[in-house]
Design a binder for this molecule. Sequence first.
Ligand code: SF4
Length: 324
Amino acid sequence: MKITIGIPKALLYYRQFPFWKTFFETLGAQVVVSPRTNSTILNRGLEAASSEICLPVKVFYGHALHLSSRCDYVFIPRIVSIEKDAFTCPKMLGLPDMIRALPKPPKVLTADFNAKKKRKYIRRALLSLAAPINNNPVVVYRAYRAALAEAKSFKKAQLNGHLTSDILASKAKKPVNNKEEIKIGVVGHHYNIYDSYISLNFLERLRRQKIKIETVENIGHEKIVDNLKSLPKEIFWTYEKEVVGGVMHWLNTKSVDGIIYLLSFACGPDSLIQVLLENEARKHEDTPLMSMVMDEHSGEAGFLTRLEAFTDMLRYKKTKSVAS
Ligand code: SF4
């Protein structure tokens, strides 16, 4: 019987799933993914996690616990950094230990990944992850190469304008619709934007209004890095760098009609860069930016009213500029 590896549909799932799924399947394991976030998963996370933890980590707890009785191992890598000059959030670094510290923890499969370390450390980490499934280094190397190829085609689809959630749901084959009236840049942590439950189906609501959506994954790394060069100080968190670089790209190129920044409740990095983004947006008054905080669905009506008011305002502004 195949070893089953559970992958929680939360946090880095929205960036790394194609890579890890291919890696484990090429090794010979069966990959089990938790379902989309729902009220049962969220409530399990809320009960298990400390109240000070940010919403996305609470959601992650719920997914990990959902998988605990449905697979041999729950895969929770410790991603320290994915580029040499920045880190991921400290809460992500602590995930494997936080889950193992629960009263009835799942069996966690983990390894450390740190882009600052030499390649041999990555090799060792991959070998240790593969050990319960297949410890032949040739097979592990083959699985790694196959995973890299899959990650590359995922990236290519994102750069072709498809939304990450569509690619992951295998819906990205439809041509990208370019006939929408207004275009909005949607920015924030990927695990918030693409989790339809915690974002109150945000992307789909925009689509139903025939709004064209662009996210930072559609922009491309070089443009993001270029736009960060004008900042007086470097940002040391990878995903926040993307958010700021993406917003600055849209502000500088005026390539979207408006920007919506989705923040997590109780997220330290988000609250810091919110100030930075709002300052930058004030210098570019022709591209409005709206920040929206996502919490445990306590203010659903207010959230949706603000969204509707913002899109109405963008439409009105566009109609006025076309008429004048
Ligand atoms: S960046 Fe914010 S939302 Fe993401 S894990 Fe860290 S604290 Fe939570």
